[in-house]
Design a protein around this ligand. Structure first.
Ligand code: ADP
Ligand code: MG
Length: 328
C-alpha cells in the first residue's frame, strides 16, 4: 500500500462542514460570520506520551481528544482538524483501528479531518484542531487563562488522578485489581474532552484551561496569566479521584498519601479547571447540568500571589507536589 492509497483508504472522507477537505494542496474552511477561529496543536510521541504496544483504537481517540480538550478550554465549538502522521510501516490492522478511534471521536464532535501529511518514520502523531468562538459586540467569547479575579471560585470538572493511577500500575509501581485497572486505564487511554462544558461556560467562567500536566502546575498558568493567587481545599480535592470510595484505598493497595498527589499532580486528566465569580454559582450549576458534566468547587482566587493548600480545618498543607514538565 502506497502513501496515497493509505491516505485515501483511512483518512479521506467527504467534507461536510469544510468548503474543501482532503485531496488538494490546501483545505478550505469558511468560518461562520461573527466568529473567530480557535486553533490548537498537540503532538503525541511514542515512548513519551504512550507505550509502543498501546491499543491503536485508543491512540487514535486520545490523539484527537487531547486537541479537542484545548478547544473545550477556550469554549470553542470544534470544526475541523489536520493530521500529520509519521509511521514506521503501513500496517493495515493498525491503521484501521487507529483511524476508527480517531474518526469515531471526530464524528461525535462534528470535527472533520480536512488534511494532513503522511511520512515514514518513528511513530509520531501531530494534530491541529480548528474551532470557532462567537464575537459578541466586538468582544471575543473565548475563555482565556487571564481572566481570574480576586474572590472568584475555582472549579474542576469530572474526576482527577485516575489516569495517573493507571499509569503507575502500567509502570509496575503498584498493583491494581483488574477491574480497577480497566476503569482507570480507560481514563488514561481514552480521555473525554469536556467540549460541551467549555461551550456552556462561555460568558460564565472568568478563566479556564484544560488539565494535562496536573492540577497544581496547570492552575499556576491561570494564576500567572491573571496576576492572582489561590487557596485550594485538599480535603475536597483528594476525593476527586473517581476511585476514592474503592476498597483498594482502604486496604492500602493505593497508599493514602498518593491519593492526593495523583489528584493534584497526576497529569493526563483532560478535565477543565476554571474560575467564576461567586455571583455565578447558579450559572455554573446550569452549565454543568446542560453539559452533563459534574463540576466541583475546590478553592478560591485571592489577591495574594502564590498557591496555598489547606486541609478541612483551614490549616496549611505543605505543597510538595510537582507536576509534569518535559524539560525539567
Ligand atoms: P502535498 O504534496 O501538497 O504535501 P500530500 O501529498 O502530502 O500533499 O497530501 C495529499 C493530500 O492528502 C492533501 O490534501 C493532504 O492534506 C492530505 N493528507 C496527507 N496526509 C494526510 C493524513 N494523514 N490525513 C488526512 N489527510 C492527509
Ligand atoms: Mg505533504
Amino acid at each position: 500500500m502506497g502513501e496515497f492509497d493509505l491516505i485515501a483508504r483511512y483518512f479521506t472522507r467527504p467534507a461536510t462542514k469544510a468548503a474543501l477537505g482532503v485531496g488538494d494542496d490546501c483545505a478550505l474552511l469558511q468560518p461562520t460570520p461573527g466568529t473567530q477561529l480557535a486553533i490548537s496543536c498537540d503532538m503525541l510521541v511514542e515512548g513519551r506520551h504512550f507505550f509502543a504496544d498501546v491499543d491503536p483504537f485508543a491512540l487514535g481517540h486520545k490523539a484527537l481528544a487531547v486537541n479537542l480538550s484545548d478547544l473545550a478550554a477556550c469554549g470553542a465549538t470544534p470544526l475541523a482538524f489536520t493530521l500529520a502522521l509519521a509511521l514506521p510501516r503501513a500496517d493495515e490492522a493498525w491503521l484501521e483501528a487507529f483511524s476508527r478511534g480517531l474518526l469515531g471521536l471526530a464524528d461525535a464532535h462534528g470535527c472533520e479531518l480536512i488534511g494532513g501529511d503522511t511520512t515514514q518514520g518513528p511513530l509520531n502523531i501531530c494534530i491541529t484542531v480548528f474551532g470557532e468562538v462567537p464575537v459578541v459586540d466586538g468582544k471575543s467569547q473565548a475563555l482565556l487563562r487571564s481572566g481570574a479575579r480576586d474572590g472568584d471560585d475555582i472549579y474542576v470538572s469530572g474526576t482527577l488522578g485516575d489516569a495517573r493511577l493507571a499509569l503507575e500500575a502500567l509502570r509496575g509501581t503498584l498493583i491494581l485489581p483488574p477491574a480497577l485497572l480497566a476503569q482507570t486505564r480507560q481514563r488514561l487511554e481514552q480521555p473525554t474532552p469536556r467540549v460541551a462544558l467549555g461551550q456552556a461556560l462561555r460568558g460564565v467562567a472568568s478563566a479556564a484551561l484544560d488539565l494535562s500536566d496536573g492540577l497544581l502546575g496547570d492552575l499556576q498558568h491561570i494564576l500567572q496569566a491573571s496576576g492572582v493567587g489561590a487557596t485550594l481545599d485538599t480535603a475536597i480535592a483528594s476525593n476527586l479521584i473517581a476511585v476514592h470510595t474503592h476498597p483498594a484505598l482502604e486496604t492500602g493497595i493505593i497508599p493514602s498519601e498518593k491519593q492526593l498527589e495523583y489528584v493534584l499532580a497526576g497529569g493526563d486528566d483532560y478535565e477543565l479547571a476554571f474560575t467564576a465569580p461567586a455571583s455565578a454559582r447558579e450559572a455554573v450549576r446550569t452549565a454543568s447540568q446542560q453539559a452533563g458534566t459534574p463540576v466541583t468547587r475546590i478553592g478560591r482566587i485571592e489577591a495574594e500571589r502564590g498557591l496555598r493548600l489547606v486541609d478541612a480545618n483551614g490549616q496549611p498543607v505543605p505543597n510538595t507536589f510537582s507536576s509534569f514538565d518535559h524539560f525539567a
